[in-house]
Design a protein. Structure first.
Lengths: 555, 456
């Protein structure tokens, strides 16, 4: 019964992925058709002209070159779209055959992973995300690779040399990391963004494409971090997850800091907190409440309360510089606020470190029997899967580096084109930074939180949503202030009155909703509607500092 | 006495009030009737049954004419003369007379305010009588909509006159007085009466209501902060569009709240509901004799609404004159005086239920009313203003928004425990005193400006 439910739910996410894939290929095919038609039109228009002005051979040559390029683009789009459609079709067909095998793997995987901050009971969200988004093709791959990995050293590897084994290892690694997730369909958008940036000056397109390109990289980064966490043990693994959990936002922020766009840093971090607290949590509560209509879902009240307390402390840290600035009661105007922000950031970092310490200690104290059992499971069942289908320690380190590098490159483009996109789309920079950027950047976490809520694992959803908010507010923001301090940028904790008030009321509303320890679809709907109000407010909000910043030359 | 208790107990299980739907709701107006009844009413109650029978036997002979006239007379007797509060009813026509004869705005204001009070109470009574005939679901919806019909009618008239600031202030004052004064008095009196033990109420309902109030504060906060920090994209227009969008979202949330309440009531309380409807059928004997029939309740509903509208017109017209005559700011009159006197009946019934250790009903009256006004009344007025072409928005200015914010936080904090005692009640009342004092010294810039605009 439970298997069937899991099967249905995995089928559902499958269908969602299929729909997303179709939605993605449809514009591709549309672009193909459009470019094809455009080329044909160009030819038809220019042909009579050619006949009239035949001596202009250069002109003729140019026209033919453009036509060829148009046809080539059309063909490329068609190829990409058709291959994506074929892939989706193949995956769906294979999924139906291997559904039961996937259930078994899910159950095994459920018991053996350690999630980021929170209790040991939390599950590895991204890993199970993989499971659900995995096609059975990967299943086949996973069973095949152990054979190829183990046969070679005995039969061919030693005489031929490590070359073949390394090459198969690299290929297997790429297959596992890159091709095992449907979300990676978006990966080509990254290089495409760079291409478009070099070819055209359309900032809006570059921004959008780099944003789409970052999304799968962010998800893969989390995956690589968790793989690495296997080898480092639960303590360092928890630390890794705590630091790299929001690495994407941190990288984007550091690049924005380097460009001197401190306001964008503040707004994007704030938007990340708001979207995690309201949208992700609200969707999780809502979908979970609808799926479990009769009973009320419960979650660990203690964890929720601790996180709410930390969020309130972050609000306090942000409130004082803003109020100080707004009431014009600083001792030395301009300097005091910055000094206070830097001091508060250090305090907040100390608080966050203490929180990690407290979490890991209480996890060790309270959960040592389960922990031993968990690690036993890890050693027992995972080792076979770690070294075969998943990636080895060095591979994960290498992938971590590669993905971080890619994210950095795309972040550079993202940050550079945000103002151009804001002007092109006639949206305020505040709206783009606070609402659009986090929604798309957090898409993977969002999907996994909803999925876990629908499986009645509300603690994990809460860990994803609220834990992420706490991490950004108590670690991300102060860390950026300190980084800005080292870089010589004047990044402070004064988020301006409107944003600070928004964060304050949001934290109070969410802390209030969480204090009971239960959830139902109504609470989720309330949180989603609150997010709608917040988004509408930012849509109507013109941030005075960003308009000033847009006129300064960037360094 | 016994009959009164029995009727009280039947009434407990058969009504749906807004707020806690745990089956322990009482028709507050019904019990208000009971308590304000003199013993001669008991005599009257037995008499109509006898006279009814006599009428039936004789009226069939004389013709339906006499029976209709006696029915009308009886109906008037039941609705109009059965409540001590209706002693204030003549003040309504008196206000109209004074308005026509003299130019004293303050007297007209005061008299129309006194005249509205019993009409508001009777309106609630008629709504509940109608709720008998329509079943719990529609009855709940009726109570949810008409529960604060008086405030809404006053607000719509003020909107029509272009006095959007008075609308905002009166709705805000209604929320504040319900949350602090009515609830505080209920807790205080209940705590004094039940001195030894701590009274408990349904924590779940209180938490849901507090959450909705916080969401309302959020909806009000953003336009105010947007306006105050001068960070709107298109000055003047963005705030209005944001207010209208937020109002639609809040109305949607309120509708979802009603759906959620009714569905959980159906799921969880089916046994109690059946018992209640069974008892409700017992009521039918008493409904058709001392209480009023379905068509009577609808007619009385219409009559009350019409009367309240007329008096509201005078009220709104004379509020500025009264403010000048008494040398009291319009903000104070709208926020403090208007709701206290307008809500007198609900106030009394909440206190009475608290003293009977039925704290859930008091909470439903007080906090449920606040939630209804904040999540339904205010957005509804914004939408009505949108339809009328008035620029009513959710920007209640910083002072009022801050007041609402801190009040909601204080009340949510007091409610989260699920218990009450006289100390908590005293705290809430004292908080209300602080709020009133603040509004006494608060000069509202936009209201002053409005008083000089000629009314359309």
């Amino acid at each position: 019964m439970g298997e069937r439910l899991q099967q249905q739910q995995s089928g559902r996410s499958m269908i969602l992925a299929a729909v997303a894939g179709v939605a993605l290929t449809a514009p591709l095919l549309g672009m193909m058709g459009f470019s094809f038609l455009a080329t044909l039109t160009l030819l038809f228009i220019s042909l009579p002209l050619l006949l009239l002005f035949s001596p202009l051979l250069l002109f003729v040559g140019l026209v033919f070159m453009v036509a060829l390029a148009g046809f080539a683009i059309a063909a490329t789009m068609a190829f990409a779209g058709v291959s994506a459609l074929a892939w989706i079709y193949r995956e769906i067909r294979d999924f139906r055959r291997f559904a039961t095998k996937m259930d078994y793997k899910q159950q095994v995987g459920a018991q053996s992973h350690v999630e980021q901050m929170g209790s040991v009971e939390d599950r590895s969200m991204l890993d199970l995300d993989d499971e659900c988004l995995d096609s059975p093709g990967t299943e086949v791959q996973k069973t095949q690779v152990p054979f190829s990995g183990q046969q070679l050293p005995f039969s061919d590897g030693f005489p031929i040399g490590g070359n073949k084994m390394i090459r198969n290892g690299v290929y297997g690694s790429i297959k596992t990391v890159v091709f095992s997730n449907k979300l990676n369909l978006l990966m080509p958008f990254g290089p495409l963004a760079i291409l478009v940036h070099k070819l055209t000056t359309s900032n809006g397109w570059v921004f959008f494409l780099s944003l789409l390109g970052i999304t799968p990289l962010a998800e893969r980064l989390g995956y690589a971090t968790e793989q690495l966490a296997f080898y480092t043990g639960p303590t360092v693994g928890g630390l890794l997850n705590a630091t790299f959990g929001n690495a994407t936002e941190m990288i984007i922020s550091i690049y924005a800091l380097k460009s001197g766009m401190t306001r964008v840093v503040q707004l994007s971090l704030l938007g990340s907190i708001l979207s995690n607290m309201l949208l992700v949590l609200g969707c999780a509560f809502f979908c979970g409440g609808l799926a479990y209509h009769r009973k009320e879902q419960v979650f660990n009240k203690a964890t929720a309360v601790v996180n709410s307390g930390l969020l309130l402390m972050a609000v306090m840290g942000l409130l004082f510089p803003a109020v100080l600035h707004y009431t014009h009661t600083e001792r030395r105007a301009g300097k005091s606020e910055l000094a206070l922000s830097r001091f508060s950031s250090c305090i907040m970092l100390v608080a966050y470190a203490a929180y990690l310490f407290f979490q890991l200690r209480s996890q060790n104290d309270l959960y040592s029997p389960i922990d031993e059992e968990g690690s036993h499971h890890e050693e027992g069942s995972d080792n076979d899967e770690d070294e075969a289908p998943e990636i080895t320690k060095w591979e994960s380190v290498i992938w971590l580096t590669i993905l971080t590098a890619w994210i950095s490159i795309l972040s550079d483009y993202l940050v550079d084109t945000i103002q151009g996109a804001s002007e092109a789309w006639d949206l305020s920079i505040a709206f783009i930074s606070v609402i659009l950027l986090p929604i798309i950047g957090n898409a993977a976490e969002h999907a996994s939180a909803i999925m876990f809520a629908m499986k009645d694992k509300l603690d994990i959803s809460l860990g994803v949503a609220i834990g992420s908010s706490t991490q950004i507010s108590m670690f991300g923001i102060p860390f950026c202030v300190v980084i800005g301090w080292m870089m010589g940028r004047e990044m402070d904790l004064n988020f301006q009155l409107f944003e600070t008030a928004t964060l304050f009321i949001t934290v109070i509303v969410v802390a209030f909703f969480l204090q009971e320890g239960t959830s139902n679809y109504f609470k989720g709907l309330m949180l989603i509607l609150c997010y709608l109000i917040v988004a509408a407010s930012f849509f109507a909000h013109e941030d005075p500092t960003t308009t000033d910043q847009s006129k300064q030359p960037k360094t």
